[in-house]
Write a protein that binds this ligand. Structure first.
Ligand SMILES: [Zn+2]
Length: 450
């Protein structure tokens, strides 16, 4: 039973749900309770789910997880509590999902290259707010944005979400990726010479260790949470340079040492095996894609405690799009056809060897909001549904360095949770149909959308 003096929210619920997004770190309401009654609760993926559980969230932080659907007793609260009830008694509840590799400022289609030339930063930012919301509605309460051609836009979007001006997932952002001249992260490749201002380390394009240090320092100065380096060629860049190592060992070393000295982790985009292995040897914290990894890579991943973010959905998406005439430039379609068949094989090898796999989709390559399609691909590659869910919660939170705040539903953690209809540990595609999202104690999507 709830105390009589408790203000039950009806019409106000929507208002507070939006307003209290500002509670990400600093709650807007001093005594705001969210009480989530769960039919089944998977509080810690990997441990058994329990039926009939109640999660009590106070000011955005989980206060308790209780057996049964009664209570809590809030009669003796010093300040009259504001109570938001979330009824998920017919749902399966689990922690908010984490995608370690997205690109919120873009969504790839045949018109992207031209749009990038004409669209203002302001319009790109507004477009990105919609993409961000789609990630959140799909159950992803935290995402890591690994590189934008518009560094300031993604950093501002992150801050606007945090401040409560925009509804979206918590964003961990890399700003602009660090790339060699003409490399995977150099967006001016393939255009007429003289069309753009010269590339600079400040803009993320760096050659030689000194420029690499400057590039890293400048992204951190702008506000980057993590550093992204394109260690090898990439599929979707216009370069006709293959997928092999692009940064030399001394450059990778300069990037990693500089980032770590400023308390930032490094995520390395890498397809070719020479680039994968060089990046891990240099000390990067995660390898994105990892398409052509070999036995040496596996040993390096495990020996250096490096995470693998396989992005199977990106491979599946580019493989399908490569067959649509005109969707990609010819050199891009050619690379897409090479990479796709390798990816499930690569995933299986990495998983069977016991490499730590953090969930990441490269969403933006695929449409925003479809991130959860990655789960079925991971299961196809040999994971159990529970392992795939752990990868998108506990393991991902560790890679982001946020394991004390997110990844499980336990007292002291942020009140991020989602609900689906069926049991995703039996059918992982249940996660493609998220019915309710609670971020930092506020319901941000309709309870039922089926
Ligand atoms: Zn990417």
């Amino acid at each position: 039973m709830l105390p009589k003096h408790a203000l039950l929210l009806t019409a106000f619920a929507t208002f507070f749900a939006a307003a209290s997004l500002a509670t990400d770190d600093a709650p807007a309401k001093p005594n705001h309770y969210t009480i989530v009654r769960c039919g089944t609760l998977l509080a810690v993926p990997g441990q058994p789910a329990k039926s009939k559980q109640t999660v009590v969230i106070k000011n955005g932080i989980i206060e308790s997880v209780r057996d049964g659907l009664e209570g809590p007793d809030l009669k003796n609260e010093a300040v009259t509590p504001i109570i938001e009830e979330v009824d998920l008694r017919d749902k399966f509840v689990l922690p908010g999902l984490i995608d370690c590799h997205v690109h919120l400022t873009m969504e790839f289609d045949a018109a992207l290259r031209m749009r990038d030339l004409v669209e203002s930063d302001g319009f790109t930012a507004l477009r990105a707010t919609t993409y961000a919301r789609r990630n959140l509605d799909a159950g992803f309460t935290t995402v890591r944005d690994l590189g934008s051609g518009r560094a300031q836009v993604i950093l501002d979007l992150r801050d606007a979400i945090k401040a409560g001006f925009v509804v979206g997932p918590r964003v961990v952002a890399a700003g602009h990726a660090i790339s060699i001249t003409g490399g995977h992260g150099d967006g001016t490749t393939g255009f007429r010479e003289g069309l753009f201002l010269p590339s600079t380390p400040e803009g993320g394009i760096a050659d030689g260790p000194d420029e690499c240090r400057k590039a890293v320092r400048n992204q951190i100065k702008l506000g980057a949470d993590v550093i992204k380096v394109t260690a090898t060629g990439g599929v979707l860049s216009a370069a006709k340079a293959g997928l092999a190592q692009q940064y030399f060992d001394d450059e990778l070393d300069a990037i990693v040492t500089t980032a770590h000295s400023l308390q930032r982790k490094v995520a390395a985009h890498a397809h070719g095996v020479d680039g994968i292995n060089a990046a891990i040897r240099a000390g990067v914290d995660s390898v994105e894609h990892g398409t052509y990894l070999d036995d040496d890579s596996i040993a390096l991943f495990k020996g250096r405690n490096c995470y693998h973010v396989p992005t199977l959905l990106a491979s599946a998406t580019v493989a399908a799009n490569a067959e649509v005439p005109g969707f990609y430039l010819p050199q891009v379609a050619e690379k897409a056809r090479l990479v796709a068949p390798k990816s499930i094989e690569m995933f299986r090898k990495s998983h069977e060897a016991g490499v730590k796999i953090a969930f990441g989709t490269d969403t933006g390559v695929s449409p925003h909001g479809q991130n959860a399609r990655e789960f079925a691909l991971m299961v196809q590659g040999g994971m159990t549904p529970t392992e795939a869910i752990r990868s998108a919660t506990i393991v991902a939170s560790e890679l982001l360095g946020l394991e004390k705040e997110i990844g499980t539903i336990e007292p002291g953690k942020t009140g991020d949770l989602i609900a689906v209809k069926g049991d995703p540990t039996k059918d992982v595609t249940e996660l493609e149909r998220v019915a309710c999202v609670v971020k930092a104690g506020s319901r941000v999507a309709p309870v039922t959308r089926q």
